[in-house]
Design a protein around this ligand. Structure first.
Ligand SMILES: Nc1ncnc2c1ncn2[C@@H]1O[C@H](COP(=O)(O)OP(=O)(O)OP(=O)(O)O)[C@@H](O)[C@H]1O
Ligand SMILES: Cc1ncc(CO)c(N)n1
Length: 262
């Protein structure tokens, strides 16, 4: 059985973070492991609190995972602060970890900060260079590039700017565009669009977390990056179309749809 590790924050309401990752990995018939960076108190309406794990205890979790059940691929989500980023990158280097999907989580769908302001630079210098693919959404790509992204042309400019300082693959997610949810990939110097008509479902809590863990599963199944994203997008689309409507705000995805992992 393939093993996928999620390094991320907990979402007690089950829609995003570690919980979304475990559901996604399990639906792909793979074995999920977790290194928890922070607990969040959140639900479909917002985040009311964050309790960070100490860097020492993050390191302890990484050691216990990597010295026993070595993951085939890794997904990284909420990393919360500079010291946690430092310890994660040290341990990834120490254990020669490969196949890393990095979702540079900064702000929740509801607008709460999930990464300290001062930590963006550390993410760029220490963690992004270790990733096989990074998956910023539009607001995150705006922070990483320093310019505003309103159109698909802006997304193309952004992906090119990001590629100047990072040689891995870059997927800018279009879930925050107005008229479509097209995603843009730059891999091996080639641009590829994944066209996506907006599904009429306001319940999109955890789409980004689910996408990155589905990509990690497909990489574990030896698909290449483009195929991994293609299949991961089909997973998201099915889970959005399966129309779960839970909670008072932007609800979670329905992982219990008729997905058959290949
Ligand atoms: N309404 C929608 N219809 C179809 N696909 C969507 C829709 N909303 C988001 N997606 C897809 O979901 C994936 C995640 O995109 P998005 O930009 O929403 O990420 P995110 O902002 O990181 O998510 P999160 O809500 O977890 O923070 C992308 O592949 C995007 O195309
Ligand atoms: C724990 C956690 N990670 C990521 C996100 C982004 O969706 C969230 N809302 N919560």
């Amino acid at each position: 059985m393939k093993k996928v590790l999620s390094i991320a924050g907990s979402d007690c309401s089950g829609g995003a973070g570690i919980q979304a990752d475990i559901k996604t990995i399990t639906m792909h018939n793979m074995y999920a492991m977790t290194v928890i960076t922070a607990l969040t108190a959140q639900n479909t309406t917002g985040v009311s609190g964050v309790l960070e794990v100490t860097p020492k205890f993050v390191a302890n979790q990484m050691d216990m995972v990597f010295t026993d059940i070595v993951p085939d691929t890794i997904k990284i989500g909420m990393v919360s602060n500079e010291d946690i980023i430092a310890v994660i990158s040290e341990k990834l280097i120490e254990y020669k970890a490969k196949n890393i999907v990095l979702d540079p989580v900064m702000v929740s769908t509801s607008g709460s900060k999930l990464l300290e302001d001062g930590a963006v630079n550390k993410l760029v210098t220490d963690l992004i260079p270790l990733a096989t693919v990074i998956t910023p959404n539009i607001p995150e790509a705006e922070i990483l590039t320093g310019f505003s992204i309103k159109t698909k042309e802006d997304m193309e400019k952004a992906v090119i700017k990001l590629s100047k300082n990072y040689s891995g693959a870059i997927l800018i997610k279009g879930g925050h565009l107005d008229d479509s949810s097209d995603d843009l990939l730059l891999a091996e110097d080639k641009i590829h669009w994944f066209p996506q008509i907006n599904i009429d479902n306001p319940n999109t809590h955890g789409t980004g977390c689910t996408l990155s863990s589905a990509i990690a599963c497909n990489l574990a199944a030896d698909k290449n990056i483009k195929e991994s994203i293609e299949i991961a997008k089909a997973y998201i689309t099915g889970a959005l179309k399966a129309n779960l409507n839970l909670g008072k705000g932007s609800g979670p995805l329905n992982h219990c749809w008729n997905f058959i992992s290949k």
